[in-house]
Design a binder for this molecule. Structure first.
Ligand code: DGL
Length: 275
């Protein structure tokens, strides 16, 4: 089914926010690109931290959480657009969520197409969650855009935890990043990887650490630039009225959320709320 058409500019309430959704802080890597294009956009950044991590859950569990939460949130906050800033949620639930919600939805797709255009060696690494790397959606992207190339996939749940910990200001053992690099390098052809797709929105948050672990010759690509351009295109001509700090909305409160406050504030999310 096609994505819903955006409302005409005159019909959009200038205070209506963009709703950016992820299981945790990963979507901040997308939010920073959206902000660069749309600095005046009011944003609700929603993190389903009660469901984190998504990557180790079943397809049925993820689909149920994502559609249930987005249903509640769109009813309550009336966003002008929803951005599912999570590869796991998008590759599993994007089509079904689009069926039921009356709002334009932009999803996150592993950046296999640009990676295939970038690679010189023909060997691409893909780091995602365990749930993402097994999706037929990824098989289709590989068949469509990376035919004739080698795509080596690795599920790295500990990188999700590393990104979460880093944003809470906690130290992370660098062995976590080394293990991701070693796992891809150890696959047949892995020594020739020159391009790595960061197919989880948490991973660009730790890209410098990953770059160090992989060594200088590897380039990284993720979908955030394309997502931000798509959000800007779908809201073109609309007016924005952002009168106060934006909100970070969590599905569960607690110490971890409190520790995230400084990092959230750096992304313009000066207020915290619990759903
Ligand atoms: N940030 C999410 C993604 O892009 C998933 C992290 C998780 O909850 O496992 O896939």
């Amino acid at each position: 089914m096609q994505a819903r058409q955006p409302a005409r500019p005159a019909e959009v309430d200038a205070a209506a926010p963009l709703l950016v959704f992820d299981s945790g802080v990963g979507g901040l890597s997308v939010l920073r690109k959206i902000r660069a294009l749309l600095p005046d956009a009011p944003v609700i950044y929603a993190a389903d931290n009660a469901g984190l991590p998504y990557g180790t859950k079943t397809e049925a569990q993820i689909a149920a959480r994502v559609s249930g939460l987005l249903g509640r949130m769109t009813e309550r906050f009336r966003p002008r657009l929803v951005c599912i800033a999570c590869n796991t949620a998008s590759t599993i639930a994007l089509a079904s969520v689009r069926e039921v919600l009356e709002v334009p939805i932009v999803g996150t797709v592993p950046a296999i197409k640009p990676a295939a255009a970038m690679t010189r060696s023909g060997v691409i690494g893909l780091l995602g969650t365990e749930a993402t790397i097994r999706q037929v959606y990824v098989d289709r992207l590989e068949a469509e855009f990376a035919a004739g190339k080698t795509l080596l996939r690795h599920g790295a749940p500990e990188l999700v935890q590393a990104a979460e910990a880093q944003l809470r200001g906690e130290p992370v053992d660098p062995a976590v990043y080394a293990r991701a690099a070693v796992a891809l390098r150890a696959m047949p052809g892995g020594d020739r990887i020159d391009t790595v797709v960061l197919a989880c929105t948490h991973f660009p948050l730790v890209q410098p650490e990953l770059a160090h672990a992989f060594g200088g010759d590897v380039r990284f690509i993720d979908g955030s630039d394309g997502i931000a351009r798509r959000v800007a295109a779908l809201t073109e001509g609309q007016t924005w009225n952002r009168e106060q700090d934006d909100v970070a909305l969590f599905t569960r409160g607690g110490q971890d959320v409190e520790r995230l406050r400084p990092a959230l504030a750096a992304y313009g999310l000066g207020r915290v709320a619990i759903l």
